[in-house]
Design a protein around this ligand. Sequence first.
Ligand SMILES: Cc1cc2nc3c(=O)[nH]c(=O)nc-3n(C[C@H](O)[C@H](O)[C@H](O)COP(=O)(O)OP(=O)(O)OC[C@H]3O[C@@H](n4cnc5c(N)ncnc54)[C@H](O)[C@@H]3O)c2cc1C
Length: 364
Amino acid sequence: MSKSRRADVAIAGAGIIGLSLGLELRQRGLTVIVLDRQRAMLGASWAAGGMLAARDPENPSAMLLLSLLSLALYPAFLERVQTLSRQPVPVRTRRTLQAWPDGMAGEDLLVAMEAQEEIRRWIPGFSPRALDERFIWLEEESIDPRDLCAALPIAFRQAEGVLLEDAPVLNVETEGSGIIVQTPLEKIHASAFVNCCGAWAGVPLLGDLPVKPVKGQAVTVGLEPDRLRCVLRTPEFYAIPRGDGRITIGATVEHVGFDQTVESHRINELLEQQVAQLLPEIQAAKMLESWAGLRPGTPDDLPILGPGAIEHCWHATGHYRNGILLGPATARVMTQLIFGEPPDVSLENFFPSRFAITENRAGI
Ligand SMILES: Cc1cc2nc3c(=O)[nH]c(=O)nc-3n(C[C@H](O)[C@H](O)[C@H](O)COP(=O)(O)OP(=O)(O)OC[C@H]3O[C@@H](n4cnc5c(N)ncnc54)[C@H](O)[C@@H]3O)c2cc1C
């Protein structure tokens, strides 16, 4: 016979979204169980670059207010995670040199030669692809998601959250005034359920949301630490220094289902055809690690935050390329929704109901 447990809130998915939400709900005094089908923080949250890229010109403008809320919450979030876990999660960079798209307005565009000298102070080997290429400095931070992967599960457990690993959610059913979540070994009875399953959040069992995996392949190389002192980002690639000589370079954007194979030709293309144009010395760098992860993509590139079609069920997913940035804001606004409070920013653009979803009443 399967065991049974109770909690105020059961969360499926122990990535940054599920665990940040769990931590915030614990802070408000609720009992929380987070379940993951594998070990915590091994999905997209492990594969990410870690840029807090609120002002990336590629982002949909409808995401700006949520992004700015998250930036405002980030210092307290990192402080809390570090205090609870006793693990460091330092800010690794504080500046980004962003290639600015043709035709897009932008203040402080850097085209003059003096600007190129300033760029070389931060990136000594920088070599522009064309003399009229435009760049802008963004005062933007980045973290190393691997630091968060080590710290966040410990912080959640230290906050007396229950984290069940190797516990896939097999079924979710309404039960009177709550929900029953079924795993292979136990039943969880909860007052509310939140789907934070990232790229897997769209499976019929969890509500048939239009979430699709978008594969990203990335690589870390080693170079002298002072060769890159800020993030360098173009529409085709980014290079993120970790401050210790490691530089993470990403990422491909591929619509190939749940495939997570690392292909050396895609990694070489990224290094040789993209990064090397602006940073030729990257060709001499030592390759340390390469990997692939699955971003949770949505049809309009916006997250899905809000109530599901079934009572007591919520969705917090679809963060696509910005889940590391949006973790703290997602935790804040989802907690406010669950408590019936008005959220800090309008969630009109993010509600699941913007898509025609047919949720199966037997499950969610
Ligand atoms: C290469 C790459 C680079 C990126 N760079 C950045 C960046 O620089 N900045 C940024 O902000 N974002 C970045 N992202 C995006 C970011 O990683 C994601 O948006 C974010 O990690 C999504 O977090 P999540 O918790 O929703 O998903 P995940 O971290 O994928 O977690 C979902 C979890 O759900 C679990 N799960 C699935 N199904 C079930 C089930 N049935 N039962 C229980 N558990 C289940 C999975 O095992 C997984 O652990 C990047 C992503 C990739 C792939």
